[in-house]
Design a protein around this ligand. Sequence first.
Ligand SMILES: Nc1ncnc2c1ncn2[C@@H]1O[C@H](COP(=O)(O)OP(=O)(O)O)[C@@H](O)[C@H]1O
Ligand SMILES: [Mg+2]
Length: 267
Amino acid sequence: PSYYRTDSILTLRTSGGNHVTVKIVKVFTPFSRSQVALVRTTEGLRDLPPLFIIKTFDPRFYVTRFNRKGVNVWPWSLQAEADAEALRRRGTPKQWQYDLPDKGDLVGWEQYCYQRMDYDFSNEVKAYDRLQHFQGDHIPSFYGEAELVTTDVKRAIVPRTLLIEYIPDALPIHKINKELITPTLAKSFLTLIKSFHACGVVHNDLHRGNILVAGGSKNDQTRAVFIDFGEACLREDETEEEWAATVRFCGDTKCMLRQLQECLGTD
Ligand SMILES: Nc1ncnc2c1ncn2[C@@H]1O[C@H](COP(=O)(O)OP(=O)(O)O)[C@@H](O)[C@H]1O
Ligand SMILES: [Mg+2]
């Protein structure tokens, strides 16, 4: 939409109810599940740095609406969104949570997209919370959540957004000079993944775009930074054995090894 452009001004409503205006510095396109942008605050704020990332989970732009050729096969409509929202508020959803709706079921489809976005959003919030200890080093700091008030059409819902630390000098793992991936750094990727598991978080989406290396452009110490916990698998009441089985099943370690092998061209 028109408001996801460089220099657009967006209004956010923070969880404390305050309105914050920000200006878009960069949009990270193409969008996949969420809509990510780097923004600058136009006013000095106590709890937020001048530059940060917003990651919005708007069901209207959910990736599954588009086919491989980029055609919007499940167009959004206000009517369907409003009907789906009315059902949600009444606590009478039309269908089982994550089943794909029937063809032509526009309200079911809105409900589906909303639930998927809601799930990804909550997952990411919970993962940041459980991985608090790694924030600012190996995952970005998490500043909180907000609602994206700015819109170009009338809406029945207000999309939610995450406010996240911007990692300025980070590149995805396949884009950095492979000499920077020393054995120590390579090992740290795997150790970190295992420490996340021990905190009850399996990343579950370790493609190269979600594995960043920071500090590589300067003479700084390079370090691994993981982003994008929307698909994370979170430990609930699993026993040690059950959790170990989930961790194995999701295959974070295998994915991480494969990424390292592809980048380094060795075993
Ligand atoms: N904290 C961050 N610092 C710098 N760039 C980021 C940050 N978060 C996201 N990005 C950029 O935005 C892209 C999409 O973000 P991501 O969280 O992976 O969203 P999605 O769930 O849509 O894949 C990333 O591949 C990265 O280029
Ligand atoms: Mg991603």
